[in-house]
Design a protein around this ligand. Structure first.
Ligand code: WTA
Length: 648
């Protein structure tokens, strides 16, 4: 991603933790790093003891690379640790403040949230869901998504939450892979005042997948939908008579808590499996340390529960810490560009966790929007999902953090489950654009192709050298892919993150971005191969190569190189159609920025499309060695076409 043009004139290189912040911080003693390094298992164990276990573990870690088991023999329930454990001290504390796009506000105390969760857990049980059955949740950011997730956790049914903006087809693929019989969804929801017909997407998507036996539908938007007799039931109707008490299932520490599908290098999305005990310890601990949660904080993570950030840092980590959450259903510019700052002012938010694309967008809109509101309650601000460029970091610090809030740039992934590289706000000196240092207990490095550490300033691959409690356990139903993707790069015990990175002279980590065929558009993870297989399913498309192009605002945008079937004419109409096709079959966030028609694509002699070459063409970079190409001339043609279209 590199440096952007909004670099500050005045070089500000480092920020010490503000004194008053550090004085009161949960962690203000750098000795935590030394202690965790000397005895990582002891470190995690000490934190694990702050959760409630039905039975303590016999052993903290079994590490048979690349397989780990954590808190072996321990028995725990994740939902119990998010809700019941808070009842004694916080039964009437607000757990959730939810705001709809239209301004409606709903609040739940810990007690109220627990009641709803128990009722829904009983609904699931009545639907035949038992421990181990996977429930698919396809909901926008409404309270029911959190209730449904926790209800699953309560009865030991792993959830698979599918981002609401995905298409019905993408939903069906994930349901099929998880073999999920029950789906939780809603009628529709509002995005910038327009209705998204969620239930229609469901009906289209699952028509031919034949696995779903029951669809539980939240009445949210009130749009007209059809309910299929014998399959579809209304949430409010089944909840009405549902019992308010539900004993949590006693889960083994290694039992699956949830599946989260994510894009990778090959065609099909992979189901990342997270285990219960280790994940809870990891998210609980990192939330406490990185966000420095205090009893009276109002914490707002702007992520969606359809992605890992929503799982770890809206639901499990913060609730296990007894936090008050703010969540918002809608768009940041609805009805106007100050919606976020308005929310912060009205709910007196103290901690904000958002994404670089959002920050760069706010920057583009200008500081007059946040200036309209009193956002001085903020005391800590965070960033996640993509590299944040120094200019955006500084703007965020100055205009949202008002120069006084520590900024935590947190690097992690669906697969890591927890924040891996981040400042500790009361300890770490930050440098704009750097995620700084690995968390206590984590050993990270930047390695070259052979597995040797790179010299300071030199690019390499980001790697994790030791196990951590919330590490991905496997890829659901595909152990081979798990090993191949994450462990085969070096020695089958060093984790390959798929990101490029470098370290500076002080050892600080600077994440550059993905080095594999994963594209990050506004922080949304999209796989090139998955995208291409959808494009070639269009009757006019013969071949497609899909790559990310660096973008000032979104981090990356999608460039889609297409050869058409013989007899098909190139036209602007067809381009429009292909764009909508991608949008309809994946989701609106996957709309290609450019469609580039070409008679040929850069291929190896064996006929494999070379994405590496396409990526360099898209990014106007040197494509490197072209001797293995079938027809090297195609590169010049594509370059010219790309530049012409860009300037059009
Ligand atoms: C990128 C999101 C730079 C990275 C939590 C990673 C980041 C991918 C940062 C995982 C950051 C996430 N700085 N890059 N602070 N945080 N990334 O699975 O490329 O949706 O591999 O998890 O996001 O995306 P995922």
């Amino acid at each position: 991603m590199g440096e952007r043009s909004d670099q500050p004139k005045k070089e500000v290189k480092e920020f010490e933790p503000p004194e008053d912040f550090a004085a009161n911080a949960t962690v203000n003693d750098p000795d935590i790093y030394r202690r965790a390094e000397e005895d990582p298992e002891g470190f995690w164990e000490e934190n694990a003891k702050e959760l409630k276990w039905y039975r303590e573990w016999d052993r903290v870690l079994k590490w048979e690379p690349p397989h780990s088991e954590w808190f072996i023999g321990g028995k725990i329930n994740a939902c119990y640790n998010c809700l019941d454990t808070n009842l004694e001290k916080r039964a009437d504390k607000t757990a959730l403040i939810w705001e709809a796009e239209n301004g409606e506000i709903r609040k739940y105390t810990y007690k109220e949230l627990l009641d709803e969760v128990c009722r829904f857990a009983n609904v699931l049980k009545d639907s035949g869901i038992k421990k181990g059955d996977i429930v698919t949740i396809y909901l926008p950011m409404i309270p029911e998504v959190i209730i449904a997730m926790l209800a699953c956790a309560r009865i030991g049914a792993p959830h698979s939450v599918v981002f609401a903006a995905f298409s019905g087809d993408s939903l069906a693929t994930r349901i099929g892979n998880a073999n999920s019989r029950v789906l939780v969804t809603c009628d529709g929801y509002s995005r910038r005042g327009k209705v998204v017909e969620q239930k229609n997407k469901v009906d289209d998507g699952i028509k031919s997948c034949g696995i779903i036996e029951k669809v539980i539908v939240v009445r949210h938007h009130g749009n007209d939908i059809s309910m299929k007799e014998g399959r579809d039931v209304w949430w409010h109707e089944v909840m009405k008579d549902s019992d308010i008490s539900c004993e949590p299932e006693i889960m083994d520490s290694e039992d699956m808590l949830f599946l989260m599908y994510t894009s990778g290098t090959t065609g099909k999305p992979k189901g990342i499996v997270h285990a219960t005990g280790g994940y809870m310890v990891a998210t609980y601990t990192t939330t406490k340390f990185v966000f420095d949660l205090n009893e009276d904080d109002i914490y707002w993570c702007t992520a969606d529960c359809g992605w890992i950030t929503g799982h770890s840092y809206i639901v499990y980590g913060p609730l296990a810490n007894g936090a008050t959450l703010v969540t918002y259903e809608g768009a940041p510019d609805y009805p106007d560009k100050d919606r976020y700052w308005d929310i912060i002012e009205r709910h007196k938010v103290t901690i904000l966790y958002t994404a670089p694309t959002a920050i760069r967008t706010f920057m583009k809109w200008g500081s007059s929007w946040p200036e309209m509101h009193d956002i001085s309650t903020l005391r800590l601000i965070g960033s996640v999902g993509e590299p944040i460029n120094p200019g955006a970091w500084l703007w965020y610090h100055e205009n949202i953090g008002l120069g006084k809030c520590p900024v935590v740039d947190t690097w992690w992934q669906t697969e890591t489950g927890m924040i891996m590289i981040s400042p500790l706000p009361g300890v770490t000196t930050t440098k704009p654009g750097s995620a700084t240092m690995p968390m206590p207990g984590i050993k990270a490095a930047v390695l070259d192709e052979k597995g040797n550490e790179t010299a300071p300033g030199e690019d390499g691959y980001l790697a994790i050298l030791n196990p951590w409690p919330s590490m991905v356990r496997t890829v659901f139903g595909n152990e081979e892919r798990f090993i191949e993707t994450y462990w085969s790069k070096w020695d089958y015990k060093t984790y390959f993150a798929g990101d490029g990175a470098k370290r500076d002279d002080d050892g600080y980590f600077w994440i550059i971005g993905r080095v594999d065929d994963v594209i990050k558009v506004s922080g949304h993870r999209i796989g090139s191969a998955e995208f291409e297989s959808i494009m070639v399913s269009h009757p006019s498309v013969a071949e497609a190569g899909v790559v990310g192009k660096e973008d000032e605002l979104k981090g990356e945008v999608i460039y889609c190189y297409v050869t058409l079937r013989s007899g098909t004419e190139e036209s602007d109409d067809l381009k429009r159609e292909l764009r909508s096709y991608a949008e309809k079959n994946i989701g609106p966030f996957a709309r290609p920025k450019l469609i580039i028609f070409s008679d040929d694509l850069p291929k190896t002699r064996s006929g494999k499309i070379m994405r590496r070459v396409l990526k360099s063409i898209a990014n106007n970079k040197d494509p490197g060695d072209l001797t293995t190409l079938q027809d090297p001339d195609v590169v010049e043609v594509l370059k010219e076409r790309t530049r012409t279209l860009e300037s059009a």
